[in-house]
Design a protein around this ligand. Structure first.
Ligand code: SF4
Length: 348
């Protein structure tokens, strides 16, 4: 704490005492770098200055504002939690760790961060920075992704936390990990903890913290059909338990590999979609790729001209003017395609 200066990593939410804004920043920063998250934090606090503003916003607007940040379940949870606070807690933001844990999308880390930063509750945060500092300083060999790590590191972190100014302590240890005890080339030469650091003494900085295993990645192949039926296109909203829930997409066929445009699977899909209207393949673009934590998405965009007016019988699909495609919240991979093909799609 003697080492800590709030200016080491200046951010607008540091020293913020509005729990709503701290919560927004914490949800935005889950799985997101600070530089990427900052403009979103500013957009959200400006558009929705209070939790009630957020609660009363249409879901599509919230998703649209979130667009580009990825991990869209965060936006859905954010909105659900705001609605819960508005309806059940009369708009009053929860003011302690246990009550914060009841919010959708708030886990132990986020509850500890908000309760310590805003309400001075001595709850230790455990993020990658904290794991690294503790593993190195104490020479802990337990893999940080093993089932017992959370408890072992959690007990230690909660023993260490300063009772008087726990928020400052939590900020300090995270900044210490981010700027000094960095993943690669930690600055041991200027480190105030160097004298007692086990990793430094035993030259284990590169070995600690230990990670047991890398996450296996699943590869998926999406075929999106970009329809042009006299200036009309077709979109659908993703539902069900899968990635990108509630975002929009073009009608999509998933397969075990990238299919040839003339394949039977594509012909059958298009036949059903267009209700036997006459169609013609105009271009194919891609594959575009996007890496998620557990999945790699490969997407091809098959552009189809349909000669007749579409008569969609499947209620999943809806037609839209092609130039209005920009109004939908799409996953990043579709957004990239739209940006690359603005002229073709006549987007403004
Ligand atoms: S001495 Fe090096 S490894 Fe140890 S806490 Fe300091 S920066 Fe980290």
């Amino acid at each position: 704490m003697a080492w800590y200066r709030p200016t080491y990593r200046p951010m607008p939410w540091k020293a913020e005492k509005d729990a709503y804004k701290v919560w927004l920043s914490e949800i935005i920063l889950q799985q997101t770098r600070v530089e990427q998250g900052l403009p979103y934090y500013l957009k959200f606090t400006e558009t929705y200055p209070t939790v009630r503003h957020l609660a009363q916003a249409p879901a599509d607007d919230v998703m649209k504002l979130w667009q580009g940040l990825g991990y869209y379940s965060r936006a859905r949870n954010l909105h659900a939690a705001a609605k819960y606070i508005d309806a059940e807690l009369d708009g009053k933001f929860p003011d302690n760790y246990e009550a914060l844990l009841l919010l959708k999308g708030v886990g132990e880390y986020t509850a500890a961060a908000i309760s310590s930063f805003v309400f001075n509750e001595p709850r230790a945060v455990l993020d990658g920075n904290v794991y690294r500092v503790l593993a190195r300083y104490f020479g802990i060999q337990t893999p940080i992704d093993s089932p017992i790590a959370k408890r072992e590191f959690g007990v230690l972190a909660n023993e260490l936390i300063a009772q008087q100014r726990p928020g400052i302590y939590n900020q300090a240890i995270m900044d210490f990990g981010a700027t000094l005890c960095k993943p690669a080339q930690p600055l041991c030469g200027t480190c105030p903890l160097a004298a007692k650091c086990v990793a430094k003494k035993e030259n284990l900085q590169d070995k600690l913290p230990i990670k047991a295993g890398k996450i296996k990645q699943r590869e998926r192949f999406f075929h999106y059909f970009v329809i042009d039926a006299h200036g009309q296109s077709v979109v659908e909203q993703r539902t069900g338990k899968d990635i990108w829930q509630e975002l929009y997409q073009f009608p999509m066929l998933e397969a075990e590999e990238i299919l040839q445009p003339e394949s039977d699977a594509i012909a059958t899909f298009l036949q059903e979609l267009t209700q036997d209207a006459k169609w013609q393949l105009t271009r194919q673009k891609g594959p575009y790729t996007q890496k998620l934590t557990h999945q790699k998405i490969n997407a091809v965009f098959i552009e189809i001209a349909v000669a007749e007016k579409l008569n969609l019988t499947d209620t999943r699909f809806k037609t839209t003017e092609r130039e209005k495609l920009n109004n939908f919240a799409f996953p990043k991979i579709i957004d990239c395609y739209l940006k690359d093909n603005r002229l073709y799609l006549s987007l403004t």
